[in-house]
Design a protein around this ligand. Structure first.
Ligand SMILES: O=C(O)CCC(=O)C(=O)O
Length: 273
């Protein structure tokens, strides 16, 4: 992927935020000219590419999508999360029509996905302002490591701590593929547009971000965050799963929070004297 200047990589604190929350939100990062162009391009639709197409083949040099994902900030976040030359799993233009009368059920964009050390990332781009009435994407922070099956979560309504996106034009959310989310009902008079691209990594997702702050105590604080919808016991399991993912992302097999993983991986081999 080419960029005009050096892409702005994530810090370790931001990566840890992604690992615990399952998403990162960047408000108004896309400039107004590109947002205006987006509205025309998205209304016309963007030609689909077969699953697993390299970015450079899916989106020709100079095309709207290439210029979007090559913005320094977006390119830096993408590189940090999935590395260079990812493949396009698929893309879609999601329109919540004015007064369409229904919401999408809560779902993850995956069947049960047990990869412990790899994940896909979804870029969700909102070219226009999204107000509370417009059916912004609902998401449930910290739900991405539950390994649920697609829309099996559809009967859950309104979990404590859920987030309903309200944002300025040009906002982009990067989402772990397992995060529970869904488009809400649009009760406004205006169609809501969102362009989503799912990226498959083609390299090992290890230390792809700016790791100079790896020892910052805010890293562990981010990884240890609690969400109000967690049950008591599973909140421990969430922390455990985050430690496993952080170990995979950093290669640091000793990293832990309160001994959670160390305790259950303790397999002494020596014989008693
Ligand atoms: O339209 C939205 O806000 C969400 C769309 C969605 O759930 C998806 O792309 O999987």
């Amino acid at each position: 992927m080419t960029t005009t200047s050096a892409p702005k990589l994530l810090t370790s604190v931001q990566m840890a935020h992604f690992v615990s929350h399952g998403s990162l939100r960047l408000d108004a990062v896309v400039p107004p000219e590109l947002n205006a162009e987006a509205m025309e391009v998205l209304r016309e639709g963007i030609r689909a590419a077969p699953h697993g197409t390299p970015v450079t083949l899916a989106y020709p040099e100079g095309s709207f999508v290439r210029r979007l994902i090559e913005l320094d900030t977006l390119a830096g976040v993408l590189h940090s999360l999935v590395g260079p030359e990812p493949h396009i799993d698929h893309h879609a233009v999601h329109v919540r029509q004015p007064h369409e009368g229904q919401a999408q059920p809560l779902h993850a964009d995956a069947i049960i996905d047990v990869r412990p050390d790899a994940f896909d990332v979804q870029l969700m781009y909102y070219p226009s302002e999204v107000t509370l009435e417009m059916g912004g994407t609902l998401s449930v922070p910290g739900s991405h490591l539950r390994r649920t099956n697609e829309s099996d979560t559809g009967r859950y309504q309104n979990l404590r701590g859920q987030s309903r996106l309200v944002c300025p034009a040009g906002t982009v959310v990067f989402m772990h593929h397992g995060l529970w989310h869904g488009g809400r009902r649009n009760d406004s008079d205006t169609a809501r547009y969102m362009f989503k691209i799912r990226f498959n990594p083609t390299v090992r997702q290890r230390r792809l971000w700016d790791t100079s702050d790896l020892e910052d105590p805010r890293v562990a604080a981010e990884l240890d965050v609690h969400f109000p919808w967690y049950e008591h016991a599973t909140s421990r399991l969430e922390r455990y799963n985050r430690v496993l993912l952080w170990r995979a992302l950093t290669g640091d097999e000793d990293f832990d929070l309160e001994h959670w993983v160390t305790r259950v991986s303790n397999r002494p081999r020596g014989a008693a004297a």
